[in-house]
Design a protein around this ligand. Structure first.
Ligand SMILES: [Zn+2]
Ligand SMILES: [Zn+2]
Length: 326
């Protein structure tokens, strides 16, 4: 099969011809229809997240059609499924046993520890695959599998915050905005200074204000979610929040957070991160997205141009989500 593989962190992905993967017990072999590209893939490519598996095929927002299943599987060939970042958990550690499998001590992640979807074929543990909502084309549904899912988990962590700020307006924010507006929240988009296209895109999706992330918005926020991997946004978001507000860091990697005066945390403001997903998050969100009328804006790249997709995310030169198509 054709695949794009990372051989050396910090170096471009390379086109490889790899053996077709065989499904083991409990696994499905999938023909990949589309695979969303996530900022996490950029961090893996750039060596900001380390992997022991090399070469590794990245990609963890996989839309695939079942070709066949290994021993013990029951999904019929021809079924369309989605494969997310959480590829395997132990089921036995204290996190798995308390409904927090996203924090599993032995978790294995798709496209980091196990081969992902930048390929014509992949195999996935059937227990971690999701049924996908009808009514979304393959390309359109792919970004729901991480941008949407992680965005949704981050949004839940803001409780019933009425006025919500989103820092970094990429794939996740463009989906979260639609869900938040559907829930009756007011959304403010904070982008890089002067990023007029992103600010216009944010307003089109229902944000009531869009502007420069370095400065506070027009009114205090009840909560903020930071999607951009820039540590200096943490004090900026705390400053933008009202007393009692929560700041959620939703990315897997961030540059160092500069020190800040205690007074911007004082007043029962909270600062927390969101890590990975549980299968329950996936089931909830994939049911909610069609009800909320979520539509994704997608730019597709042929498999061999996966590096261009990563570049577009790294530089922010993309509206909505990037998806590779084998
Ligand atoms: Zn992701
Ligand atoms: Zn576990």
């Amino acid at each position: 099969m054709r695949a794009m593989a990372l051989e050396e962190p910090g170096r471009p992905l390379t086109a490889r011809e790899l053996p077709d993967p065989e499904p083991g017990p409990g696994q499905l072999r999938l023909r990949v229809r589309a695979c969303g590209v996530c900022r996490t893939d950029v961090h893996i490519r750039d060596g900001e997240l380390t992997t022991a598996t090399r070469p590794i095929v990245p990609g963890h927002q996989i839309v695939g059609v079942v070709e066949r299943g290994g021993a013990g599987t029951s999904t019929a060939p021809g079924a369309r499924v989605g494969v997310p970042w959480l590829g395997w958990t132990c089921g036995e550690c204290r996190f798995c046993r308390s409904g927090r499998e996203n924090l599993c001590e032995h978790a294995r992640f798709t496209g980091l520890d196990i081969p992902g979807g930048f390929a014509e074929l992949t195999v996935a543990d059937e227990r971690f695959c999701f049924a996908l909502p009808d009514g979304y084309a393959d390309l359109a549904v792919a970004p729901l599998l991480c941008a949407g899912l992680i965005g949704h988990r981050a949004l839940r962590m803001t409780g019933d915050a009425r006025r919500l700020g989103l820092y970094g307006f990429g794939a996740a924010a463009h989906i979260v905005t639609q869900v938040a507006v559907h829930e009756g929240r007011e959304v403010h988009a904070f982008t890089r200074a002067g990023d007029e296209p992103a600010q216009r895109f944010a307003r089109e999706l229902g944000c009531s204000w869009a502007g420069d992330a370095a400065r506070p918005g027009p009114e205090p926020l009840d909560a903020a979610i930071i999607f951009a991997p820039a540590g200096e946004l943490v004090p900026a978001a705390l400053r933008a929040c009202e007393r009692g507000g929560v700041v959620v860091c939703a990315g897997i990697h961030m540059s160092d957070i500069p020190s800040f005066p205690y007074e911007i945390l004082w007043g029962e403001r909270q600062l927390r991160s969101v890590a990975n997903l549980t299968r329950a998050d996936g089931v909830d969100f994939l049911a909610l997205a069609p009800r909320a009328g979520v539509r994704t804006s997608v730019t597709s790249y042929p498999l061999e141009r996966a590096e261009d997709a990563l570049d577009a995310i790294r530089t922010g030169c993309i509206e909505g989500a990037a998806v590779v198509v084998p």
